[in-house]
Design a protein around this ligand. Structure first.
Ligand code: PBG
Length: 327
């Protein structure tokens, strides 16, 4: 008996880098990456976030430099988070025209114009003394409809400060519709909404709560964010948000939820983004610091996998570095 030759040889197309490039189905481009940045009120030097090596809370000045570097590297967008000095029950700093996020938006839109897409997280957890994403009822529950009024006002304040895309992340029912109506009524019909449509109640947000100083002071967010057990619910949230006027939708976290990204991407009529969150960043950085994995390769691989799953845009704390690596 002579040995049989295999009739199919997939290895032929893997033989050289040029062949592999020729047949690659997915690519990551810098302009699909969005860099989340934190800007903190009342500090005079950037402050490192211990659980996110390489990430800082920016000053009003230093965020301008970081934004310029991102734009120069070709990063597609910035997602701004404000960290106010003073918090209260209703998160008053969130829609204060003189609040840190509004000031930063004004600076950045003056500096960068439309060279990079300027986005802002639209939520209350960084601004409330209790750390929840909305205002509370007298019994300490998050009051959905009273919160919508706050979100509407924040959207208008951010729009007045030059935001191009608002990112509502509080998971209140009807938030996209309320924000769209408020923006339109105030004449900001061109400000787009990137809805955190399928946002799960995830332990992967742990390090972010150091960065944004928005940990809930009691309870958790399971009453408004989604149960990690569910995917049907994500599809429903996306459908509702699109119906209310979302221009783009997001799935969050990323890596552990790529099945959700894939499902949403199959049916969504609008672009689908994924957020590679703080815990995902921290895991890779910690392992890399121990010499346990090849940091740069893992960063690029995770980004590629988000794209392969169907995310058109990826929010990542590595955006500037990854954009440079991809050049
Ligand atoms: C809420 C918000 C959170 C994140 C983005 N927006 C935290 C939360 O819902 O608890 C998490 C982002 C990350 O972990 O990187 N405004």
């Amino acid at each position: 008996m002579t040995a049989r030759f295999p009739t199919a040889r997939p290895r032929r197309l893997r033989r050289t880098p040029a062949l592999r490039r020729l047949v690659a189905e997915t690519r990551v481009r810098p302009d699909e990456l969005i860099l989340p940045v934190f800007v903190k009120e009342g500090i005079d030097a950037p402050r490192p976030v211990p659980s996110m090596p390489g990430v800082v809370q920016h000053t009003r000045e230093s965020v301008r430099k970081a934004a310029e570097e991102a734009a120069e590297a070709g990063v597609g967008g910035l997602m701004l988070f404000g960290v106010p000095e003073f918090k209260d029950e209703r998160g008053s700093a969130a829609d204060d025209p003189g609040g840190v996020i509004q000031l930063a938006l004004r600076d950045l839109s003056a500096d960068l114009g439309t060279d990079i897409v300027l986005m802002a997280d639209l939520c209350l957890d960084e601004y409330t003394s209790h750390g929840h994403c909305g205002v509370l009822t007298p019994t300490g529950e998050v009051d959905n409809d009273a919160t919508l009024e706050r979100y509407a006002s924040i959207a208008v304040a951010q729009a007045a400060a030059g935001v191009q895309v608002v990112g509502p992340s509080g998971m209140m029912d009807g938030q996209v519709g309320a924000i769209r109506a408020a923006l339109d009524q105030a004449g900001y019909t061109d400000v787009a909404i990137l809805a955190y449509a399928a946002k799960y109640a995830s332990a992967f947000y742990g390090p972010f709560r150091d960065a944004a100083e928005g940990a809930p002071q009691f309870g958790d967010r399971a009453g408004y964010q989604q149960d990690p057990a569910n995917v049907r619910e994500a599809l429903r949230e996306v459908e509702l948000d699109v119906g209310e006027g979302a221009d783009m939708v997001m799935v969050k976290p990323g890596l552990a939820y790529l099945d959700v990204v894939a499902e949403v991407a199959r049916t969504s009529p609008v672009p689908v983004a994924a957020y590679q969150v703080s815990g995902e960043y921290a895991m890779v950085e910690a392992a890399a610091q121990n010499g346990w994995l090849d940091r740069e390769r893992v960063i690029l691989e995770t980004l590629l996998c988000h794209r392969r799953a169907g995310a058109a845009q990826v929010l990542t704390y590595w955006a500037t570095e990854a954009a440079r690596l991809l050049r």
